[in-house]
Write a protein that binds this ligand. Structure first.
Ligand code: ATP
Length: 296
């Protein structure tokens, strides 16, 4: 039993995809992907507080009033999974400070779930290895195992077959999330995976990462999901172009979108582009989030 009111805080970082390819649509409807996942410093903050036994078992509090606080929140699911398995009778309060945009292609919810799995493992001394946490995480969502692992990784299968890679080259990242929610389901349902004319070269991306070559990484960036999301939401292309015209080595949509990221070789360039988009947003008011961050 953990002393009542013991509290521990953890960072839950978001991710971008340096490349995202859909290899094929399987007969069971799932899509087989091949993508490079990359953690960024923009993060949610999760605080776990042990409660006395007897009061409500899992209490979720968040500063974002659009998110559920019941079993539909992924942090609740993650806590319940381990607390049931290990018969933890004590209560827990999960406080979620949400900074990663929601339904944005940045795996915010999956990262929150992964962080709660790791946090409960530590707080209650469960002794599970990273691999054991990843095995449990995949039952919550395909991106959860990667979020347990973090950093730079190749993800295959439905996203759960992971290979850790060398850290990607140091750079600065400008993230812009248009004020629209894009459902991952909508994007995959409208992707003609078996008719794609272009596939990004994921193996070359790995080679360029291993060589610590930022220009090379930027040259081979590619995301097949742009073929669905950009025609539906042209603002994504507009933001990409503004980033590229303002010093980005390259810019692309992350995951199923709509978040756009620009890669810069200096903080000054990223901040200059930030100011251009900030000014534009004073007129258009169509961005929900704009932030300069780094890779982790
Ligand atoms: P991915 O990149 O994995 O597709 P995403 O960025 O598109 O993720 P999320 O922000 O992780 O999407 O979550 C989208 C949905 O999950 C929302 O409808 C939201 O209500 C629900 N959800 C449940 N728990 C959370 C959470 N802790 N944080 C964010 N979303 C959550």
């Amino acid at each position: 039993m953990v002393k009542e009111k013991t509290a521990m805080s953890f960072k839950a970082p978001g991710k971008i995809n340096l490349t995202l390819d859909v290899v094929r649509r399987r007969d069971d409807g799932y899509h087989e992907v091949k993508m490079i996942m990359q953690t960024v410093d923009l993060h949610d903050v999760i605080t776990l507080t042990a409660l006395e036994p007897g009061i409500e078992r899992i209490v979720v509090e968040t500063d974002n009033d659009t998110l559920p606080t019941d079993e539909n929140n992924l942090v609740y699911k993650a806590a319940k999974l381990l607390m049931d398995e290990f018969h933890i009778n004590q209560g827990i309060r999960i406080t979620l400070e949400k900074n990663i945009p929601i339904a944005a292609g940045m795996a915010g919810g999956s990262s929150d779930a992964a962080t709660v799995l790791c946090g409960i493992n530590e707080m209650f001394g469960l002794g599970l290895s990273k691999e054991e946490l990843m095995e449990r995480g995949v039952t919550i969502g395909a991106d959860v195992p990667y979020c347990v692992m973090g950093k730079t990784a190749l993800a295959e299968g439905i996203g759960e077959k992971l290979t850790s890679l060398k850290d990607a080259p140091r750079c600065f990242v400008l993230l812009a999330k248009p004020d629209i929610d894009v459902s991952t389901k909508f994007v995959y349902e409208n992707l003609h995976a078996n008719e794609l004319k272009y596939h990004p070269d994921v193996d070359k991306m790995i080679e360029r990462i291993e060589a610590d070559d930022l220009d090379g990484v930027c040259q081979v960036m590619g995301n097949v999901l742009e073929t669905v999301t950009i025609p539906a939401y042209p603002v994504i292309e507009e933001i990409k172009n503004i980033m590229k015209e303002n010093g980005a080595v390259n810019a692309m949509m992350s995951g199923s979108g709509p978040t756009v990221f620009g890669i810069y070789d200096s903080r000054e360039k990223a901040e200059a582009a930030y100011r251009v988009l900030e000014d534009r947003n004073k007129r258009t008011k169509d961005l929900a989030k704009l932030v300069v961050t780094t890779l982790v």
